[in-house]
Design a protein around this ligand. Structure first.
Ligand SMILES: C[S@@+](CC[C@H](N)C(=O)[O-])C[C@H]1O[C@@H](n2cnc3c(N)ncnc32)[C@H](O)[C@@H]1O
Length: 266
């Protein structure tokens, strides 16, 4: 079985597993509408063969299965498949590390990844593997956030510091790229895909609701392993988490960019 990379490693404590499962379901409630729209735009239809990489809770794979019907096929790949239901019907769940294992070869009508590539230092190579896995004429759909305008707003303190420090740590230690969202359309075009398109969306992140918790819960979990010395002296990271859970807390989200393009040939 492929080992999760350090930045994604969740231990086997039932509480940790449950918290991550809850968080992935929150992310799904916040983001699925946008993803369904993009996959619908590229024409997902009965009989299609689809692949979702870094599929998390498996909810996009389940939605794909509804769209493709019994004559279709859905491959749901993740390095850590504990948070999704096992293979059933047209869905095949595979434990795969996309940074070193093949995704496939000329076999899918659509290959999709949401909130995965920007976390991986090998994102450019993984994007190449996604394109390799698409059929000639098939689609590659990628979604990641960009922090450019989040950082331009006055994020309240202490949450602003918590958010900045943990993002910088993730970039320096794990290869996270908070600028990857703005690169997506260009990265697809540079690889020779046709019909390249994309859109970006921003929403209000409100304290204590899914709209903010998909992110705040990840920072909360990170605090279990991050040493106190990464913060300025006297900084209380737990107070920052509590602030972002207050009902009056409201900031703009990062831009969620979804981009797609079509592999040449048919
Ligand atoms: C932020 S979650 C996003 C989950 C899902 N795509 C969604 O948007 O709801 C990132 C997912 O990528 C998976 N992942 C991270 N590194 C991976 C790798 N090298 N190979 C396969 N999956 C990976 C994680 O296990 C996790 O499920």
């Amino acid at each position: 079985m492929a080992e999760p990379p350090e930045s994604y490693r969740i231990n086997d404590e039932p509480d940790q597993v449950r918290r991550e499962q809850d968080r992935l379901r929150m992310l799904s409630r916040v983001a699925d509408g946008r993803t369904h729209r993009a996959l619908t735009d590229v024409g997902i239809a009965p009989g299609w063969h689809c692949c979702d990489i870094g599929s998390g809770a498996g909810l996009i794979a389940a939605w794909m299965a509804d769209q493709v019907g019994p004559s279709g096929r859905v491959v749901s790949l993740d390095v850590d498949t504990r948070f999704q239901a096992p293979s059933a019907g047209v869905i095949e769940v595979r434990t795969v590390d996309v940074t070193c294992d093949s995704i496939g070869d000329n076999e899918f009508d659509v290959v999709h990844a949401r909130a995965v590539l920007q976390h991986l230092a090998q994102r450019e190579a993984v994007l190449d593997s996604m394109i390799r896995a698409a059929k000639p004429g098939g689609w590659v759909v990628v979604s990641d956030v960009d922090w450019i305008q989040y950082d331009a707003q006055p994020v309240p303190e202490p949450f602003g510091t918590l958010s900045r420090v943990l993002r910088e740590l993730s970039s320096s230690q794990h290869g996270y790229d908070g600028t990857w969202g703005r690169m997506l359309v260009g990265a697809l075009g540079a690889r020779g895909l046709s019909d390249v398109n994309g859109r970006g969306e921003v929403w209000t992140m409100r304290g204590g609701t899914d709209s903010a918790e998909w992110y705040v819960a990840a920072l909360d979990r990170a605090l279990d392993v991050v040493p106190a010395e990464v913060f300025p002296p006297g900084f209380d990271p737990r107070a920052a988490i509590a602030q972002a859970r207050e009902p009056e807390f409201a900031i703009l989200s990062p831009i969620s960019v979804t981009a797609w393009g079509r592999k040449p040939g048919r």
